[in-house]
Design a protein around this ligand. Structure first.
Ligand code: URA
Length: 308
């Protein structure tokens, strides 16, 4: 069911064009990477892309994140632990670059709570979003510009869970709106979903300093929000983006080897753990295995794998 407002033909066409653009980029990245162009879904882009609106984007400018004064971090640092050797490639603990890169298109507009938590089952999420906005469950609240709850739609069969907000997310109040978010959008489009046809949220709702991974105590403090979100959305499948999300959803441990691509479950909902888009920005050759994971999700959902 959908509570989304009716869209005009022009808006629908605009959305199609946007979806075509992100999908083309994902395909180009895959084709330029390890896949060599094989088994990549494609759309009839010629029919969708406006001649006045070329699909190729110019190289994106890199912007440094402005320095912000940060209060002392009150949460105790997680002690370093020796990790056993793990077969390569291993996604590093720190999934996101400390220095975010500015998006090459206008930043996605932060969504009003109603857009991801409309009346009905999602109504409860509005309360949760408001609660999180004032939340002080852990020390991360002290450094936030705004808390970041979710984007997308609550009445969907697919949810993505990331780690925690970065610079752009903290500024805009919506998850995955920076460079990693743009890549996530391309992954979502490649799966045949509209950008906002899925639910997107994070393990923690406030930005960790320097984009470090959230400490287990911080993830634990925020867990009631995440649980409330997923309990209300009740997707048919969840994609855990990165190890922190996979650990947060309980489908692997912090030292589990070979965690990627192995189905787990969160309260009976199938969870596919895969690499974080920020990791893929640094290791694009890993997009191939991530695409395999996403195809497994589509099969599990009984949805078609977009074909050429
Ligand atoms: N990385 C995440 O894990 N979440 C975001 O919202 C953005 C980047």
């Amino acid at each position: 069911m959908s509570d989304a407002p009716e869209t005009s033909d022009a808006e629908a066409l605009g959305e199609l064009r946007a979806a075509a653009r992100v999908l083309l980029e994902w395909e180009e990245e895959l084709a330029g990477g390890a896949l060599g162009g094989a088994a990549i879904p494609a759309l009839d882009l010629a029919a969708l892309a406006s001649p006045a609106e070329p699909v190729a984007r110019p190289p994106e400018p890199v912007a440094r994140e402005p320095e912000r004064a940060r209060p002392a971090e009150p949460v105790a640092r997680e002690p370093e632990r020796a990790r056993p050797a793990e077969p390569v490639p291993r996604e590093p603990e720190r999934a996101r670059p400390a220095e975010p890169v500015a998006p090459d298109r206008g930043p996605a507009a932060p969504l009003a709570p109603e857009s991801f938590a409309p009346a009905g089952g999602g109504g409860r999420l509005q309360g949760r979003a408001a609660e999180a906005a004032g939340g002080r469950r852990c020390g991360l609240h002290a450094g936030r510009t705004t808390s970041v709850f979710a984007r997308g739609r609550w009445d969907t069969d697919l949810a993505f869970v990331g780690e925690g907000p970065g610079y752009h997310e903290d500024q805009q109040g919506a998850p995955f709106v920076g460079r990693a978010g743009q890549l996530l959008d391309r992954m979502v489009a490649a799966m045949g979903y509209a950008r906002d046809g899925v639910y997107v949220c994070n393990v923690v709702k406030c930005r960790p300093p320097q984009n470090r991974a959230p400490h287990p105590a911080e993830a634990g403090a925020c867990a009631p929000y995440l649980e409330g979100q997923l309990d209300n959305v009740r997707p048919k499948a969840i994609v855990a983006l990165g190890r922190t999300a996979a650990v947060g959803l309980g489908v692997c441990g912090p030292d589990t080897r070979g965690w990627r691509g192995r189905w787990g479950a969160w309260r009976g909902v199938p969870v596919m753990p895969t690499y974080h888009p920020a990791f893929l920005l640094r290791s694009p050759q890993q997009k191939r295995v991530v695409w395999e994971d996403l195809q497994a999700v589509l099969r599990r959902l009984g949805r078609p794998i977009p074909a050429r």
